[in-house]
Design a protein. Structure first.
Length: 413
C-alpha cells in the first residue's frame, strides 16, 4: 500500500501561478504516494467555476473546502476569501490528517499555514512548509504594510516562530534559503531548495515565422520584448513603462508586450493610454493550452521585480521562458536567485531595479546581435531540459518526503 502524502494549498488545479505548479508537483508525486490535496475552490482567472468538493484527478485525491470565492479583486474581498478558505481547510486538516503522515503546507495565503501548521504538528504529522513568498517581508515591499511599524514587528515575531515550528522548510531559491536561515537561526542545509520547473513537455521553442500571435498583433517586423505572468504589487512594471517611454523615441522598432493579469494591470492600462505609448501592447491572460504560442511571441522575455525582493519570492515564469528557448532580461536585485541563474547559465542580462539606463542598454544589445540572441536561446532551452524539468523537482520532493517518513519532524524552534 502506498504511503499517504497530504498537500495543503489554497490554490490547486489552476491555469497559472502557484496553483498550477502545485498541481503538477502533486501529480508527479502520485507515482510514489497516495497523494491527497486539501485546497480551496479555483481562483485567479476562473472565479465563476465551482469544482466538486471531492474528486480524483490524474491520480490525486482532491478535497476542496466550502468557502467564499467572490470575484471582486479589491483587498478586503480577497482577505474575506482568504479567511473563509483557510478556516475551512483547517477543518479538513482536523478531519483527515493522521499521526506520522507526511504533510506539505504551502504558505499562500499567509493565514493558511498559521492555522494549519500548528494543528498538523499537534496531530503528530510530519510537516514541511513550502515557502513561495516570505512573510511579512513581501507585504512591506508591496506597500501593504508600513516598514518598521509595530504591526510589522509583531508579524515578524509570529511568522519567524511559525517557520521554526515546521519540521522542514522548502524554498524556491538560494536567496530564500539564506533569508529563512537568518529568520529561523537554522543551518542552511536544513532549509531545502527545490526550484519551480520549466514545462518542457508543453512548451517548446517556435520560430517567429510560425507564431500566429505575432501576426495577429501586427508585430511581425518589430523586435518584441515580452512581460508574461502575474502583474502583482511586488513586480516592477513601473520600470518597464519608463523604459518603453525612452525607447519610443530611441527606436520605434522595439515593442513591449505585457500579457497577464493582477492588481497592477488596471494601472498599467491607464498609464499606457495616458502616455500614448504606441510601442506597448497589453494582452489578456493566455489559457494554458495557448501558453506555448504566447511565450514564443517575442524575441526576448523580461522579468521585473521591485528592489528589495531578493530572498522574498522567485518568479516562476522564468523557467517557462527558458523552456520556450528565450533569452531573459531580469530586472532584479543582483543577489536574487533569478540573477544568479542568469549569470551562471549565461541565458540573458541582469539589470538592477531602478537602473533604467541598464535596461535600455540590455534591450538594445539584444536587438543588435541576432546571432548571439539565437545562441542564448538555444542555451536557455538546454538549461530548461537538463536542470529544471519536472522530473528533477519530483525527485527532490521524493527524497525529502522519504527523509520525513524515516526521521519524522523532530525539530522545533
Amino acid at each position: 500500500m502506498l504511503k499517504t502524502l497530504w498537500i495543503i494549498s489554497r490554490f490547486y488545479a489552476e491555469e497559472t501561478g502557484t496553483g498550477y505548479s502545485i498541481t503538477r508537483t502533486a501529480e508527479g508525486l502520485a507515482r510514489y504516494y497516495s497523494v491527497r490535496v486539501l485546497c480551496g475552490q479555483p481562483d485567479y482567472v476562473y472565479h465563476d467555476r465551482r469544482a466538486p468538493s471531492f474528486e480524483i484527478v490524474n491520480g490525486v485525491q482532491v478535497f476542496r473546502s466550502a468557502a467564499t470565492n467572490f470575484s471582486n479583486r479589491n483587498l478586503l474581498v480577497k482577505m474575506l476569501n482568504m479567511l473563509t478558505s483557510s478556516v475551512s481547510i483547517l477543518w479538513l486538516v482536523i478531519k483527515h490528517v493522521r499521526r506520522n503522515q507526511p504533510v506539505i503546507i504551502v504558505n499562500l495565503p499567509p493565514l493558511l499555514p498559521l492555522l494549519t501548521l500548528p494543528v498538523s504538528r499537534l496531530k503528530g504529522a510530519r510537516v514541511s512548509l513550502l515557502v513561495h513568498d516570505v512573510y511579512p517581508d513581501s507585504l512591506v515591499v508591496a506597500g501593504v504594510l508600513p516598514q518598521n511599524s509595530r504591526t510589522q514587528s509583531v508579524l515578524s515575531l509570529v511568522f519567524n516562530r511559525l517557520y521554526r515550528l515546521a519540521g522542514n522548510i522548502i524554498v524556491l531559491g538560494r536567496d530564500m534559503q539564506s533569508l529563512l536561515a537568518a529568520k529561523t537561526r537554522w543551518e542552511e542545509s536544513r532549509i531545502v531548495v527545490i526550484p519551480n520547473t520549466a514545462d518542457v513537455d508543453q512548451i517548446h521553442p517556435v520560430s517567429r515565422e510560425k507564431n500566429g500571435l505575432l501576426k495577429k498583433l501586427g508585430l511581425d517586423g518589430k523586435f518584441v520584448v515580452k512581460y508574461a505572468g502575474h502583474m502583482g504589487r511586488t513586480h516592477g512594471l513601473e520600470m518597464l513603462v519608463r523604459g518603453a517611454e525612452i525607447l519610443s523615441e530611441l527606436d520605434p522598432d522595439i515593442h513591449l508586450v505585457f500579457s497577464g493579469s493582477g492588481p497592477k494591470k488596471a494601472w498599467l492600462e491607464s498609464t499606457i493610454n495616458c502616455r500614448k505609448l504606441n510601442n506597448v501592447t497589453i494582452t489578456s491572460f493566455s489559457p494554458r493550452a495557448e501558453i506555448e504560442d504566447s511565450l514564443n511571441a517575442c524575441d526576448i522575455g523580461v522579468i521585473s521585480m521591485l528592489p528589495g525582493m531578493a530572498g522574498i519570492s522567485v518568479p516562476g515564469r522564468i523557467y517557462d521562458l527558458l523552456a520556450a528557448g528565450k533569452p531573459v532580461i531580469a530586472v532584479t536585485d543582483a543577489h536574487s536567485e533569478i540573477a544568479l541563474l542568469i549569470r551562471e547559465e549565461k541565458v540573458g542580462w541582469v539589470v538592477e531595479p531602478e537602473d533604467i539606463s541598464g535596461l535600455i542598454v540590455a534591450i538594445q544589445s539584444a536587438k543588435a546581435d541576432p546571432a548571439r540572441l539565437f545562441e542564448i536561446g538555444r542555451r536557455s532551452r538546454w538549461v530548461a531540459e537538463n536542470k529544471y524539468a519536472r522530473r528533477y523537482q519530483v525527485d527532490a520532493y521524493y527524497q525529502l518526503i522519504e527523509r520525513m517518513c524515516n526521521l519524522g519532524s523532530t525539530h522545533s524552534g
